[in-house]
Write a protein that binds this ligand. Structure first.
Ligand code: HPA
Length: 279
């Protein structure tokens, strides 16, 4: 595995010498951000040694290097999910590589089902915390201390200052942005009514099938993390729960995309390297 990381890193470095500052996982709702990046280099995943290849047809698979609001960014166009059959290590491989390339901050978007009855379709939620119900963890296995500690702290996985900035930017832009707890499940099925009820009782505000593995790996490497969900379905009036279709989820996410994109585009220029922590 160590050699795989080194091979991928060296291949990319040869193609593109600049050090990115910010990594962006273009999940659902953020696809259009790509058009705002002044692209300097695009590398398809399948060109990069050992890189996993995205299988969901609604996503491309490539790394996009360039500038956004004056910052050097690398964006993953084509997110990988556990339900596609990748191992946890495979699907977080690109996060490790982005950190090796130099990013200090990771931004993530996703689509999620609303468990909190105050949340409406098309609302957004900046993640304050998460609950890992994927019954798997990318940090299992031998620990590489060059990446991070054996027992990484998760008391604050999502950066409090960035949470506040996202809330302020959303307020300025008139976007309904909540702050809450994301429950990560494996999918690929959506939840049963009993499961939605349970996830709400466990303390979740939204539920989705991504993000948690990436955040665990990013925090292992002490990256600063900020993630935002688009609420694509309302999963609380359970006696009357209607079937949830992919078309509906994609339709709501696409409608929210301009707002999500505007918030991230406003946030990125502000993201200078975090102050070193006093220890
Ligand atoms: N459950 C899990 N993942 C999801 C949902 C949901 O209801 N909506 C969008 N992603």
């Amino acid at each position: 595995m160590e050699k795989a990381y080194a091979d991928a890193f060296e291949y990319i470095r040869k193609q593109y010498a600049d050090e990115p500052e910010i990594g962006i996982v273009l999940g659902t709702g953020l696809g259009a951000l790509v058009d705002q990046i002044e692209q300097e280099k695009v590398i398809p995943y399948n060109f990069i040694p050992h890189f996993p290849i995205s299988t969901v047809d609604s996503h491309f698979g490539r790394l996009i290097f360039g500038r956004l609001g004056g910052r050097r960014v690398v964006a993953m166009q084509g997110r990988l999910h556990f339900y596609e059959g990748y191992s946890m290590q495979e699907l977080t491989f690109p996060i490790r590589i982005m950190a090796m390339l130099g990013i200090h901050t990771l931004l993530i978007s996703n689509a999620a089902g609303g468990l909190n009855p105050a949340y409406r379709n098309g609302d957004m939620m900046v993640l304050d915390d998460h609950i890992n119900l994927q019954h798997a963890n990318p940090l299992i296995g031998p620990n590489n201390p060059n990446f991070g500690p054996r027992f990484p702290d998760m008391s604050r996985p999502y950066d409090p200052q960035l949470i506040d900035r996202v809330l302020s930017l959303a307020a300025e832009q008139g976007v309904r942005m909540h702050k809450g707890i994301y429950v990560g499940v494996t999918g690929p099925n959506l939840e049963t009514r009993a499961e939605y009820r349970m996830l709400r009782q466990l303390g979740g505000d939204v539920v989705g099938m991504s993000t948690v593995p990436e955040v665990l790996v990013a925090r292992h490497m002490d990256l600063r993390v900020c993630a935002v969900s688009v609420v694509t379905d309302e999963c609380y009036e359970l006696d009357n729960l209607q079937p949830i279709t992919l078309d509906h989820v994609i339709g709501v996410a696409n409608a929210a995309e301009p707002q999500m994109t505007a918030i991230f585009a406003a946030l990125v220029p502000e993201l200078s390297a975090p102050e070193p922590k006093a220890s």
